[in-house]
Design a binder for this molecule. Structure first.
Ligand SMILES: NC(=O)c1ccc[n+]([C@@H]2O[C@H](COP(=O)([O-])OP(=O)(O)OC[C@H]3O[C@@H](n4cnc5c(N)ncnc54)[C@H](OP(=O)(O)O)[C@@H]3O)[C@@H](O)[C@H]2O)c1
Length: 269
């Protein structure tokens, strides 16, 4: 990419994205600036990634046209004025901060040219993240393509045209791994109750899940026919599936997501 990239807040998520960028050679190292207030962390990043670093948000920022904001939402207001004063008028601000709307970005960072929100999730750390991207109007397609390339460097990304879907993504995508881990944990403890030891229960749950998902991906069959493949009439799986239906598991999932999306919307206000 021809533009220059700065990351403000290089913590867990920021560092994972910067590593994806470097591994995929999306920007020249000399065109990357990492800004983090934690000096110890900054030194570690400088040594590990060999990029230019800065402890403060300074005039240097004016030389960068793509700015990733990866600080916690609660830290944003305190540094927004400093960022705004040092923004290049052609800069695009890409925020991964949960609950900070484009309207708020525009209000606190009026000097930027364009605003983009992205909601990634934890597996970006292993290059298997899912990210949902929303770009405010007045942004060129080539720039959206560049932002997609950045998030594809740590997984896969999807562009949406409705900012409300970022709240949905905050719940389903960013929160998704949390729900999955909890479900795995519950499955594990149930299996343990049936007599397997904890370690074996963990492996049974994990390997059954991994095998099923890989089979789904490789078979290219639809989910209904895969269920039918496992559950024969009058058999053991059918008996268990009846309980899933009786207990309205689908309704429970809907409730889980609705509660989480409601909270995401409250935080966006
Ligand atoms: N982690 C995820 O899976 C995930 C998923 C989706 C979205 N997000 C969003 O990503 C953002 C970052 O999350 P994270 O987990 O990476 O947080 P994090 O590890 O705390 O990283 C944020 C970093 O920014 C630094 N920072 C704060 N204010 C700064 C300032 N004014 N100038 C320079 N550096 C500053 C912090 O320094 P200190 O250490 O001194 O506080 C910290 O090192 C959040 O807004 C979150 O909503 C995260």
């Amino acid at each position: 990419m021809n533009s220059r990239f700065a990351c403000i807040g290089v913590g867990n998520l920021g560092a994972a994205i910067v590593k994806g960028i470097l591994n995929n050679h999306l920007f020249e190292i000399s065109n990357i600036l990492l800004i983090n207030r934690n000096e110890e962390r900054l030194k570690k990043l400088e040594k590990e990634l060999s990029c230019a670093v800065s402890k403060t948000i300074s005039e240097k920022l004016k030389n960068y046209s793509l700015i990733l904001l990866a600080i916690k939402p609660q830290d944003f207001e305190a540094c927004a004025e400093e960022i705004n004063l040092n923004l290049n008028k052609e800069a695009t601000v890409v925020s991964v901060m949960a609950g900070i709307t484009c309207a708020k970005l525009k209000k606190l960072l009026p000097n930027a040219k364009s605003y983009v929100r992205v909601m990634p999730n934890l597996p970006v750390h292993i290059g298997q993240g899912v990210s949902v991207i929303y770009a405010d109007k007045d942004i060129e397609q080539t720039e959206i393509d560049n932002i997609e390339d950045i998030f594809n460097s740590v997984g896969i990304s999807y562009v949406v045209n409705d900012e409300e879907l970022i709240d949905v993504a905050t719940s389903i995508i960013a929160g998704g791994p949390g729900f999955i881990f909890q479900i795995l944990n519950d499955l594990k403890s149930v299996i343990t109750n049936f007599g397997f030891d904890t370690e074996t229960s963990n492996e049974l749950v994990l390997n059954t899940l991994i095998g099923s998902l890989n089979y789904y991906v490789e078979s290219e069959e639809d989910l209904d026919s895969l269920v039918g493949k496992v559950a024969s009439k009058g058999g053991t799986t059918r008996e268990g599936l009846n309980v899933i239906q009786d207990k309205k598991l689908k309704e429970t999932f809907k409730e889980i997501f609705e509660a989480s999306i409601k909270r995401a919307k409250e935080l966006s206000k």
